[in-house]
Design a protein around this ligand. Structure first.
Ligand code: AMP
Ligand code: FE
Ligand code: FE
Ligand code: ZN
Length: 288
């Protein structure tokens, strides 16, 4: 059901350029149908989704350049979102090329491990499944489903692909400060994605992580997110306010790859206001 007035946004979306199931153009169509006012395509470690979306931008739907970069962190995982970067920045593009190269090498090692488990398949199959986009574990999962080895993507991760399983290969990741700097150098606003994934044990622990990141250039926190309940969002909002950081929000839409999450509304009740885009722009204007 389209919104009556387009005042809502979704700033965390994956396309076929990484591990989502819709192409950037299909996402634009879906966003228009949902009545969204602005979106950002934030593919993992690549700007290609954003670049394609920007080329197809239309009136009534604002496209914000975006990316989501995985950073080294333990025990949880840390993703850094970037917004409003120059998509042709040579330094950022060089960093992303490095990540693509590491991924390609890792993919060959996963193929090898699966082969040793008696699950041989041709690299061609993965290329087809990725449709020209970046290949990652979700594509291996889909290949295993297609082969009939497992019933669904979740089972593929549980049995073979997740950490600790026989076909797992760790991914090369940037240090948090490197991920943040690569976005900032390209004129973008670095934002901590879904802070819940850091697995901080309490608010003070989370605040310490955020302040350490802020010291190396972090400028925002993803507050609106489908798995954040109202109390959690309030905590993240206060954290952002206390430290003069911007708030962002998005659904982490992956299309059919994450079927319980819908564009713009997450599990159904998320409403992310357009004023967050104005906050991002003001932040960029101040810092660059
Ligand atoms: P990669 O970057 O190749 O390691 O793949 C990571 C992506 O796999 C994440 O962005 C998720 O979309 C997906 N993923 C990770 N863990 C799972 C899981 N347990 N079940 C389904 N998808 C997953
Ligand atoms: Fe993903
Ligand atoms: Fe993420
Ligand atoms: Zn994401």
């Amino acid at each position: 059901m389209p919104f009556k007035y387009a005042q809502y946004i979704d700033l965390h979306i994956h396309s076929t350029a990484s591990d989502g199931s819709l192409s950037p153009v299909q996402i634009i169509q879906a966003a228009k149908q949902s009545g969204l006012r602005a979106i950002a395509i934030t593919d993992h470690d690549t700007l290609e989704g954003s670049i394609e979306a920007l080329a197809f931008s239309e009136s009534f739907l604002e496209i914000i350049p975006g990316i989501e970069i995985s950073a080294q962190f333990s025990p949880g995982s840390m993703h850094i979102l970037g917004y409003l970067m120059q998509t042709d920045n040579p330094s950022l593009r060089q960093t992303l090329r490095l990540l693509q190269k590491a991924r390609a090498e890792r993919n060959l090692r996963i193929v090898e491990k699966l082969k040793n488990l008696g699950l041989a398949f041709h690299y061609r199959e993965l290329l087809d499944l990725a449709g020209g986009g970046q290949i990652g574990r979700p594509h291996f999962a889909r290949a295993l489903v297609r082969k009939g080895t497992v019933k669904d993507v979740d089972e593929a991760f549980d049995k073979y692909l997740k950490q600790g399983r026989a076909a797992y290969v760790s991914k090369y990741r940037l240090q948090p400060a490197e991920a943040i700097a690569s976005i900032a150098r390209a004129g973008g606003v670095p934002v901590l994605a879904h802070p819940c994934s850091l697995q901080a044990t309490n608010e003070a622990a989370l605040e310490k992580i955020v302040l350490d990141l802020k010291a190396v250039g972090l400028q925002g926190i993803e507050v609106y997110y489908p798995s954040h309940d109202a109390d959690t969002m309030a905590i993240y909002e206060h954290l952002a306010h206390r430290h003069g950081m911007v708030m962002t929000g998005g659904t982490d839409y992956h299309g059919a790859a994450k079927p319980d999450i819908r564009l713009g509304v997450g599990k159904g009740d998320l409403r992310i206001p357009y004023r967050l885009v104005e906050g991002l722009k003001a932040c960029k204007a101040q810092s660059h």
